[in-house]
Design a protein around this ligand. Structure first.
Ligand code: ZN
Length: 369
C-alpha cells in the first residue's frame, strides 16, 4: 500500500478508506495480439470509498490503454427498452423534446429505445442544451474528474429538463460479491445514496429511481434541477442500499475477503476438471474476466480458450494471460463439457444462440459464485 494522499474525484475530500485492493492488474480493455508474448503492463487497482460524499472510486488513475471492441449483450438492450418504457409510462420524461446522449467507450445507445418509447423529438446538436440528457451506457464512470463530468451534464439541461443516469449499483457489487466488477478504466462505482448526494452538490435533485436486474442491480435514475419534487422511489432505493452497506467502509470492504477464495475456487475447479479429462472453456472476453483470471493465475493450461462473439477479439488473448480468444463456432466445435460464463447476463441469449453446447451435454456455469 502506498502512503499517498487520496482525494475524492468528486468532492475533493481526503477522508476515506481503501476498501478493496486487487493488486496490480493489466488493462482489462486492451486485448494483446495472440502473438504478443507479454508481459502486459500492470497498474494498481484499489477501491476507495469517500466518507464525505459516499462515492466509491479507483484510488489510482494511470492512463490505462482502452480499446473496446466488444459486442453488446442483448441483456443491455432489453434493459434500456424496459427503462425507456418506464420513463414514458411514468410520465417522468415529457415526450418530444431535444435529447443529448453521452457516449460510453463501450458503445451502445439509448436513442433507439427512447425513440420507440416516443420520448425523442429530435437529437440535440453538439453542446446544445437539451430537454433530456442521458448518460445511459455507463459513460460517466470513465471520467477521472467526476464533478466536472456531472456538472457538464447538468449544464446541458434546459429549464425543466431531465437528466437520466444508469449505473451498475455498488449495492449489487457488494450484495453479490462482484469484486471483479472493480477494474481499470472504470473509475467510479455509484450507489444510489452517493448519486443523490453528488446530484445535490451540482444543484440537481433525484426525482425517481428504479432498480433493474441487469448485472444483478442496475439503477436508472432521473434527476432535475433542485426544487422539483419527486416520488418516494429514490428514498426507498437509497434506504435499501444503505441497509446493504454501500456507505460503510467495513461492509464494502468485505468484498476483499471474497477475492482470494473466489479466485482459488475457480482455479481448483479447473484443475479438478482437467484431472477428470474434461474440456472446460470460457465465454465472454469481457473486462471483468481479466482480474479473475489474473488473480487466480489461470493460464491456457487450465482454460485453453475463451470464446467471444466479437470478431475483433478473435486473434487476441486475454490480458495478463496466454489464453486465446476464439469464436463461438470454434467453441461449439471443441464440444466442451463445461463453459464458464464470465458475463452471467448472457446466459439466456447463449442458450438460444448456441444450443449445441447443451445438446452435446455441456453445461454453462458462472465463473464466479
Ligand atoms: Zn467524495
Amino acid at each position: 500500500m502506498t502512503s499517498d494522499v487520496i482525494s475524492c474525484r468528486f468532492c475533493g475530500s481526503d477522508q476515506g478508506d481503501v476498501v478493496v485492493d486487487l493488486g496490480h492488474q493489466p488493462s482489462s480493455e486492451l486485448f494483446p495480439a495472440r502473438t504478443d508474448p507479454g508481459p502486459d503492463p500492470t497498474f494498481p487497482v484499489r477501491l476507495w470509498l469517500c466518507q464525505a460524499c459516499g462515492l466509491a472510486q479507483l484510488a489510482d488513475h494511470d492512463d490505462v490503454p482502452e480499446e473496446v471492441v466488444g459486442l453488446e449483450p442483448e441483456a443491455l438492450r432489453v434493459q434500456r427498452q424496459e427503462s425507456a418504457g418506464w420513463l414514458a409510462e411514468s410520465g417522468l420524461i415529457p415526450p418530444g423534446g431535444a435529447v443529448a446522449e453521452y457516449d460510453s467507450p463501450h458503445g451502445g445507445s439509448w436513442l433507439p429505445q427512447l425513440r420507440e418509447a416516443g420520448l425523442i423529438g429530435r437529437v440535440a446538436g453538439p453542446g446544445e442544451a437539451a430537454d433530456l440528457v442521458v448518460d445511459g451506457c455507463f459513460a460517466m464512470m470513465h471520467a477521472a474528474d467526476q464533478q466536472a463530468a456531472l456538472r457538464e451534464r447538468a449544464a446541458r439541461l434546459r429549464p425543466g429538463g431531465r437528466l437520466v443516469v444508469q449505473f451498475h449499483s455498488l449495492a449489487a457489487i457488494v450484495r453479490l460479491r462482484q469484486w471483479n466488477a472493480i477494474r481499470l478504466g472504470h473509475l467510479a462505482y455509484y450507489s444510489t445514496p452517493a448519486m443523490v448526494e453528488m446530484l445535490a452538490r451540482v444543484g440537481l435533485s433525484a426525482v425517481a429511481a428504479r432498480d433493474f436486474s441487469l448485472y444483478g442491480g442496475t439503477v436508472t435514475l432521473v434527476a432535475s434541477r433542485a426544487g422539483v419534487s419527486g416520488n418516494n422511489s429514490v428514498d426507498t432505493l437509497s434506504r435499501y442500499e444503505q441497509v446493504i452497506g454501500v456507505g460503510d467502509a467495513a461492509r464494502v470492504g468485505e468484498l476483499q475477503s471474497h477475492v482470494r477464495p473466489g479466485a482459488d475456487a475457480l482455479a481448483d475447479m479447473l484443475r479438478e476438471a482437467r484431472g477428470r479429462g474434461e474440456v472446460v472453456l470460457g465465454y465472454g472476453a469481457a473486462s471483468r474476466a481479466v482480474p479473475l483470471l489474473v488473480l487466480a493465475g489461470i493460464g491456457a493450461d487450465l482454460l485453453p480458450a475463451v470464446a467471444d462473439a466479437s470478431p475483433a477479439k478473435h486473434d487476441l488473448r486475454m490480458p495478463g494471460t496466454d489464453i486465446p480468444v476464439i469464436s463461438p463456432d470454434e467453441l461449439t466445435h471443441r464440444r466442451p463439457d463445461t463453459v464458464l460464463l464470465f458475463v452471467p447476463d448472457l446466459l439466456a441469449e447463449l442458450r438460444r444462440s448456441l444450443p449445441e453446447i447443451e445438446d452435446g451435454d455441456g453445461q454453462w456455469i458462472p465463473a464466479l459464485g
